[in-house]
Design a protein around this ligand. Structure first.
Ligand code: TYM
Length: 323
């Protein structure tokens, strides 16, 4: 059961990226026969148009994943653009993709609604994502909830190709975690770089504390008993707190008479304990960028071997090879 997922290097990774997706990558590298994880720099081109920044974010993304526990001896870690076979496969898929399928994609519709000018890259983004997944015969795609629609689109594209040309592609399934499929940000909305409500995984301690103290809480009097689930502070504590801290906080919410300031302090302390060790590992990897580049080059070689095999199969099936 090959697992695969990608993450865009559009800035520092945040708690949503980690608890929705990266945490699953780390778990699956031990249980799945083969797993592929990549930095989706071609997708990031749809938003990051500063070449130096994109280079920096790409290398930093790999450093972050290594520091968070991705093990290159267990999983294949690479940069998307190092596997040109995927872009070639993308073209084969584009030719059979109905416009209407892409027009229905929420991430595209949302950006249009916000007045962001769309280019063809943004519109066809899900087709490149489908190529990413299909190129490795991936069956399990660990993601946050927001990516499920793209995985459905991928299945539609694969099914229609298979229907037309024969069984070429394996159909993938998205995998989300119940407790963190949609991690809330500091304003209670889904945590997302484009909403400016993120808590970065590798934030410096003082800044993280400040950001947590600024989390928007509801305006009900603090004396009132309150259901903890669905409250942003409690939901975030559930991700980084110990079992004891979580049950204590739940009891305090239900009893009432507590202050949000105390809840924020408890969250900041738990966060520091949770991220501290990874921050140290990150400093170690960051000190040896060439070793990171070597990991990525070795990963790309493995990824290309697999993607080349699948691309060959697809080319053969649709008549652009052996003519
Ligand atoms: P991206 O870079 O936006 O996000 C990376 C991963 O983090 C998850 N995520 C969240 N999960 C829970 N709560 C949140 N608040 C939250 N915010 C982000 C995302 O669901 C994702 O799993 N299109 C993809 C990148 C991609 C990809 C692929 C993914 C390119 N090719 C192939 C899977 C397979 C994206 O933009 O993710």
């Amino acid at each position: 059961m090959p697992a695969l997922s990608g993450i865009q290097p559009t800035g520092p990774f945040h708690w949503g990226n980690y608890f929705g997706a990266i945490q699953q990558y780390i778990e699956l590298q031990d249980t799945e026969a083969q797993s592929y994880y990549f930095i989706a720099n071609l997708h990031a081109l749809t938003t990051v148009r500063d070449q130096e920044l994109l280079r920096q974010y790409t290398l930093n993304g790999a450093i972050d994943l290594l520091a968070l526990g991705l093990d290159p001896d267990k999983a294949v870690l690479f940069v998307q653009s190092d596997v040109p076979e995927v872009s070639e496969l993308c073209w084969l898929l584009l030719t059979g993709t109905p416009m209407g399928l892409l027009e229905r994609c929420v991430s595209y519709k949302d950006k249009m609604a916000k007045g962001i000018k769309a280019d063809a890259g943004l519109f066809t983004y899900p087709v490149l994502q489908a190529a990413d997944i299909l190129a490795y015969d991936a069956t399990v795609v660990p993601v946050g909830e927001d990516q499920l629609q793209h995985i459905e689109v991928c299945r539609d594209i694969a099914q229609s190709f298979n229907h037309h040309y024969g069984e070429v592609f394996t159909l993938p399934k998205g995998k989300v975690l119940d407790q963190s499929a949609r991690v809330p940000g500091t304003d209670g909305e889904k945590m997302s770089k484009s909403y400016g409500n993120t808590l970065a995984v590798f934030e410096e301690e003082k800044k993280q504390r400040k950001q947590i103290m600024r989390i928007q809480t509801d305006s009900r009097p603090m004396e009132d008993p309150k259901e903890p689930d669905g409250d942003v502070l409690f939901d975030l504590l559930k991700l980084v707190g110990s079992e004891e801290e979580i049950s204590e906080m739940a009891a305090t919410y239900r009893k009432g008479g507590f202050g949000y300031g105390d809840a924020k302090k408890a969250l900041a302390n738990a966060a520091e304990r949770y991220w501290g060790p990874a921050r140290e590992r990150r400093a170690e990897w960051a000190a040896k960028p060439d070793a990171v580049r070597e990991v990525l080059a070795a990963g790309a070689a493995k990824a290309r071997a697999k993607a080349g095999e699948v691309l060959g199969r697809a080319q053969e099936a649709c008549g652009v090879k052996s003519w």
